[in-house]
Design a protein around this ligand. Sequence first.
Ligand code: ZN
Length: 322
Amino acid sequence: MKLTRRPRRLRGSPAIRRMVRETVLNVDDLIYPIFVRFGSHIREEIPSMPGIYRFTLDELEPEIREVQELGIPAIILFGIPEYKDEKATSAFEENGIVQEAVRLVKKLAPDLFVITDVCMCQFTTFGHCGIVKDGKVLNDESLEILAKIAVSHVKAGADMVAPSAMMDGQVRAIREALDAEGFTDIPIMGYSAKYASAFYGPFRDAAESAPKFGDRSTYQMDPPNWREAMREIELDIEEGADIVMVKPALPYLDIIARARERFDYPIAAYNVSGEYSLVKAAAMQGWIDEKRVTLELLTSIKRAGADLILTYFAKDVARWIG
Ligand SMILES: [Zn+2]
């Protein structure tokens, strides 16, 4: 048989495979989410997320040191406050949990890039991402509060803010508020295409942010839609987002790939809690090779077109590939 094209020629040895490899996962791609909570002397593992903890601030230093030593460039902070009310007051207080965490991390590790999640769900009694009135999540009334939260994070020293509430106009409201305070150089990473996903389950345990009534489908996106995701991303860019995000990642690789083709902006993908827990659970049963499965999954997110990956696997991956 006379074959002229033999693709196997380029797979013959580790060296040639390395030379023609198209996608390489790098520690620089990783953003590690960290949960901080009120109180003291608490470092509690989240039952549905093995290896992920909620820290009080006095317990946070070893975690920050580890992230630094592993070479992970950035973290994103989520806060669990001491009290919740209807207006998310604890989310924008000068000495709120996130603001204090930002100050501490910037003191411990000035070069670590600190991103803050800007939302209301952990801080409101209703557990929704915006202000609630008569059983409805109000859009425009929520924008002012989201802007206040973002400004308070940046005043504490945050390097970038990431609005995740899926309120229309949230990026614009935050951009204008930051600029008015003189923070014109602080970038915004929009949770642009954030779906109403069942994969957030373990996160809600971790952040105590489950809604008290209804669900989030009046503001988060309907999972079957992809064209709408393009509109959401386009809007965020128009409103001033510097980085756009698709969340979750693995069930939405097609969204990442389409966004990559259309938009010449950095794309982040959030490899969410449920995606993490599925792998950890199967690994604990001995049913899969955790390292190989994790690296294959994260590589698929990058191959789809993501530049940045927010992932609870960040420390594991940095250990494996660093
Ligand atoms: Zn939220």
